[in-house]
Design a protein around this ligand. Structure first.
Ligand code: FES
Ligand code: FES
Length: 170
């Protein structure tokens, strides 16, 4: 079946059997390799993308579900200002995810910050638990998300300041 959607701002169209997974189309057909096929069981978070702005495990949805949607992978998200907040937040915490979990961690952090610019500890813990990794520190990931939230608030406050009314000297 034909599946047409917007991928990282570009129109794409592919032929896909009904059983083909979105992660396979993204990696094998469309050659974007930063979203990883890990467990393929909805548990590790490595295949995370945004589908119509919602966090989506691309190993859990057939490719045809993307028809007439907008999909953003980590490659596209990296081009945004929102990514810059997360990149700086992680760096400030000395946290550098590996290539397997990076898409999941960055996009999960983005979803956390969209839901609440001042995330609670339990929101951060829940987000951290959605990525399965035994090779890096969960607390450092949480510090990275907390720092990213701080970066996001500061940037948004600066933007508000730029667009706010100026009081002219009398
Ligand atoms: S590969 Fe999709 S959740 Fe693990
Ligand atoms: S899987 Fe990426 S840091 Fe552990």
């Amino acid at each position: 079946m034909k599946c047409s959607f917007i991928l990282n701002g570009d129109d794409v169209s592919v032929q896909t059997p009904p059983s083909t997974l979105l992660i396979d189309i993204i990696r094998d057909e469309l050659r974007l390799k930063a979203s990883r096929a890990g467990c393929l069981q909805g548990e590790c978070g490595f295949c995370t993308v945004l589908l119509d702005s919602s966090l989506t495990l691309a190993c859990m949805v057939p490719a045809f579900r993307a028809h007439r949607t907008e999909v953003i992978t980590i490659e596209g998200f990296e081009q945004t200002d929102d990514y810059g907040d997360i990149e700086r937040g992680f760096a400030d915490a000395g946290f550098e995810p590996c290539g397997f979990c990076r898409a999941g961690r960055v996009l999960t952090t983005h979803a956390v910050l969209l839901a609440n610019a001042t995330p609670t500890e339990s929101e951060l813990q829940r987000a951290a638990a959605s990525i399965r990794c035994r090779c890096s520190s969960t607390s450092r990931f949480i510090d990275g998300m907390r720092n990213a939230a701080q970066q996001r608030r500061e940037r948004e406050n600066a933007l508000k300041g730029e667009t706010g009314l100026r009081i002219l000297p009398g």
